[in-house]
Design a protein. Structure first.
Lengths: 553, 377
């Protein structure tokens, strides 16, 4: 009996033991009076879908005196940071923290939490297609199963952020699992209907890792490559209001499968409790709630404010929520299966600068480390996303005076189970390929000039050729350089030659890594041209940048 | 109004206080001498009493009228809100606050237990109370009535037969399987949503209540506790993710609504407070009173004589009691509570008559342990 009692009060006991040696001490608990003058910054680690809340920091400072400073991160990477205690922030603000808070470790990190606003995940379908398929009629009830069937039939082609790294992507998959399994509760890894997932993913045409990037892609490709955008209602409504779309999106709420982001604001650093409470009080004030609703189109957590903003956020009918399964084996198994079995496999060329300048300043070492990283065995939440996945094809294209020594590697497929999902250990064949990639990196020698544009150009040609032979892959190029282009094609020549490539080369984005003395302006221009993105590795480790890029591939 | 009802409630409350009270008296015996010495010194003081309090009473303590009243009585309080379940960990010789004000008996008992281990005196008092109720929606309540699980007590107030409801949930019935369920014909299972019982008092009280519903009595022995908790674990597990802070479940009820929480297990004071603050509630919001239910005491744990005086004051001063009602709590004066709530349009049961006690501290711990283990599997 005693042991039971002790079990309940573990924390208490532990702290008591710790305090045993102490004698009289000054009286308790700290009076929450922060020094008003030299108030330290109140750092908030927020998921990147909250970027539109940046203006809040000024509003909070004005109302409360607390200097909130936001730092943005992906859902998985932020979750990992909080779990491991590496968040280096007073508070965290996620769209959804259920994955974090369903673990005892996460619960311990989070001292207080408060939901600030709401936004359900919806399937935003182009008006004309919604009408054509009769999806916009009142009373039509579409489940995630229906969306999976529509994707299979080619009626639904969508943009969605990476299910392995984002809440929206993950919850969409969970919705399909629940609807196809015919049950919404106590879902387990064994319940996963693999066919339904595969059907649903047939419509996944525009991948990416953050909503801003996805929006740019969707705006460019709406009607040609995709007719839908799966994201938070707030994001779909904002896009509609932006006037940038070819046609508006009809937000469809999956019947009995709605998953609402509730944006918990979470205290991590107990010593900042007083400031945290002030910030929360402000965020839940009528003024802040109204601002959030009108400016960001997220639904107020306070019903009375919601009633006042019905002109922009109409009252919803019955939206039956999908319970969140706290089963880790299901979540981890689903993510692993998505990456290694279900997703359109990645085929990409990494264009690697091996010019002389890479020799100095630990640059070579950083590059080798980054390649080791994606060909390694990091089991952390984000590591498993960065790692080469089963069925993946990767080419490494070194260049200096000119591109040379192209090598390709094929990661074998795993044996798939008939039912359910589970994390699997690497096969021997996969381990061998990973070792080959690492050995290749080890052997890289750094000397000569920088023929960046030639290397990217031949890589694009190579990818086009491979895609013609084997279209069932997701193609991309990662261009890494530490300096100005000084050999081969010039920027102007590259742009001209790029324009002469077949039109569909735009389906092969080029991700540019800014490192060393690379030309930022040129890379930004090229990212726009090639439908890619610039990743800045000047202030962060190269491997963490590679990790980010992996979520876009 | 029958005179017997408040009396019964009072007796129940007294009984419920007993297991904390017994501990206190045991402690008091040991510590009597020291306390007597301290008494003279502390009563003259006007220093702020430091308290760690639950979210439930934070608003109350920050109310300017309460601050003023306490200052006038030379018992000003400086409070900091923390989770009830974290309170016991703040008991440490020389560092313990003057008082704790926890959201319930379970957490308060943990504080007292920790105090006992640390050889510190601790006194429990319950100045306010509130019954545990199911916040629901008119269409859902009507379905329950049609299926013989609930019955209307007065307009917008329903009594729920907990034994029948528990059986229905354990039989894994879906809403659309029920008779006359057109208004809520969804394929979700009939389940009451709760906060995570590993972290919150109300979740634990739901376990206590369903254990009574299942066995027909208060569980008193370990074997029954284990067997019962094992059967009831699915009522928690099948909910999926549960909020693990006090207001999480209630927030979902008011903000997301019937689609997420057709039935939410809450403290009555949460919805009463909401109604009093907003001057009303949503048109379809109704309260279901479990029959029987558990009355939750907001437990004040005094760690010294001055704090004890504060606790006594909170429970006896008419003005302070009246303010407590504004925060949704029931006080000894039931009429006063009913009169205060009436203008909001929220219908409440004037007198909660069918009340049971939760099992003892040890038995509760045993049952929570079993369910917690099941939930992590």
């Amino acid at each position: 009996m005693k042991r039971r009692v002790a079990a309940l009060a573990t924390l208490a006991a532990a702290l008591l033991l710790a305090a045993c040696g102490k004698k009289e001490a000054p009286p308790p608990p700290p009076p929450p009076k922060p020094a008003a003058e030299a108030a330290p910054e109140f750092n908030v680690l927020a998921t990147s879908d909250l970027r539109d809340l940046e203006p809040l920091s000024e509003m909070i400072a004005k109302a409360t005196g607390v200097k909130v400073k936001f730092r943005w991160g992906g859902t998985m990477e932020s979750t990992e940071a909080v779990l491991t205690g590496e968040a280096k922030a007073a508070a965290a603000w996620f769209a959804n923290a259920k994955y974090l808070l369903s673990s005892p470790q996460g619960q311990q990190r989070v001292k207080l939490q408060e939901k600030i606003m709401l936004s359900p995940i919806v399937v935003g379908v182009s008006e004309s297609d919604a009408r054509r398929h009769g999806w916009d009629k009142p009373g039509v009830k579409l489940t995630w199963k229906d969306f999976a069937a529509a994707a299979k039939a080619g009626k639904l082609t969508y943009a969605l952020s990476n299910p392995a790294t984002s809440n929206q992507g993950f919850m969409a998959l969970m919705g399909v699992v629940a609807a196809a399994g015919g049950k919404t509760e106590a879902l387990s890894a064994a319940d996963v209907d693999r066919g339904a997932i595969a059907d649903f993913l047939k419509g996944y045409k525009i991948p990416g890792d953050n909503s801003t990037y996805l929006s740019e892609q969707f705006i460019a490709l709406q009607g040609t490559r995709a007719n839908a955008f799966i994201n938070y209602e707030s994001w779909i409504l904002s896009l509609n209001a932006s006037g940038k779309l070819r046609e508006k999106l009809v937000p469809l709420h999956p019947f009995e499968g709605v998953s609402t982001a509730d944006y918990p604001f979470m205290l991590l650093d107990d010593s900042r409790r007083a400031d945290y409470l002030k910030v929360v009080e402000y965020l839940k004030s009528d003024a802040a709630q109204t601002w959030l609703a009108r400016q960001t189109l997220r639904r107020p957590i306070k019903p009375e404010v919601a009633a006042r903003v019905e002109d922009v956020l109409p009252r919803q009918g019955l939206q039956v929520e999908l319970p969140f399964s706290p089963d880790r084996a299901l979540a981890d198994g689903l993510i692993a299966a998505y990456l290694n079995e279900f997703r359109t496999p990645i085929a990409s060329t990494f264009v690697l600068d091996t010019s002389g300048s890479m020799q100095g300043g630990g640059r070579r070492q950083q590059l080798v480390q980054a390649i080791h990283y994606i060909a390694g065995a990091d089991a952390s939440l984000t590591g498993r996303i960065a790692k080469l996945t089963n069925r993946e094809r990767i080419w490494l294209q070194p260049f200096a005076e000119a591109p040379y020594g192209l090598v390709g590697f094929d990661v074998p497929a795993s044996s798939s189970t008939a039912k359910g999902v589970a994390e699997q250990a690497d096969s021997e064949a996969k381990q061998k390929v990973l070792a080959d990639v690492r050995n290749f990196a080890d052997a890289l020698e750094m000397k000569g000039g920088t023929a960046l544009y030639d290397a990217v150009y031949v890589s694009l040609q190579n990818m086009l050729k491979e895609r013609a032979k084997n279209p069932r892959y997701q193609y991309s190029v990662v261009a890494f350089t530490d300096g100005e282009n000084n050999k081969g094609r010039s920027l102007e020549q590259f742009k001209r030659d790029y324009a002469a490539l077949p039109e569909d080369v735009r389906g092969i984005p080029v991700f540019w890594v800014l490192f060393g003395e690379a030309n930022e302006g040129a890379l930004k221009e090229l990212a726009k041209l090639t439908g890619g993105q610039v990743f800045d590795a000047r202030k962060r480790s190269l491997y963490s940048v590679f990790k980010d890029i992996r979520a876009y591939q | 109004m029958a005179m017997t009802t408040p009396k019964r409630l009072a007796i129940t409350l007294a009984l419920a206080a007993a297991f904390g009270g017994a501990l206190y008296f045991a402690l008091r015996g040991q510590k009597h001498e020291q306390i007597a010495q301290q008494e003279a010194a502390v009563t003259a003081s006007t220093a702020e009493l430091k308290g760690l309090i639950a979210l439930d009473v934070e608003g109350y303590f920050k109310d300017p009228r309460v601050i003023k009243a306490l200052a006038a009585k030379r018992l000003p309080a400086n409070v900091l809100r923390i989770g009830s379940r974290d309170m016991a960990s703040k008991v440490a010789p020389g560092q313990t606050p003057d008082f704790f004000f926890s959201s319930g008996v379970v957490a308060a008992n943990q504080v007292v237990e920790a105090a006992r281990r640390a050889n510190l005196p601790a006194t429990q008092m319950a100045p306010f109370h509130t019954p545990l109720v199911i916040a629901s929606w008119e269409p859902v309540a009507k379905i329950l009535v049609a299926n013989g699980v609930a019955k209307p007590v007065s307009p917008k107030v329903y009594g729920v037969d907990m034994a029948r409801l528990t059986q229905l949930m354990l039989a894994k019935k879906r809403w659309k399987d029920l008779k006359d369920s057109a208004a809520y014909d969804v394929s979700r299972s009939v389940l009451v949503s709760t906060t995570d019982l590993r972290r919150s008092n109300s979740g634990a009280m739901y376990l206590a209540l369903t254990s009574h519903a299942l066995t027909g009595d208060i569980v008193t022995d370990r074997a029954t506790a284990q067997a019962t908790a094992l059967k009831l674990a699915e009522l928690f597990k099948r909910q999926g993710y549960q909020e693990n802070y006090v207001d999480g479940n209630f927030d979902d009820y008011v903000a997301i609504g019937i689609g997420k929480t057709p039935m939410a297990f809450i403290y009555e004071n949460q919805l009463v407070r909401y109604a009093l603050t907003k001057g009303g509630v949503g048109a379809e919001m109704v309260l279901l009173y479990p029959q029987p239910t558990i009355v939750n005491k907001v437990v004040f744990v005094a760690m010294n004589e001055r704090a004890k005086a504060l606790g006594t004051l909170l429970g006896s001063d008419p003005e302070l009691q009246a303010i407590a009602v504004e925060y949704g709590f029931r006080i000894a004066d039931a009429e006063r509570f009913v009169a205060a709530v009436k203008p909001t349009g929220l219908a409440v049961e004037p007198r909660v008559t069918q009340v049971v006690d939760p099992p003892s501290f040890e038995i509760m711990a045993e049952m929570i342990d079993v369910v917690a283990k099941e939930m992590t599997q």
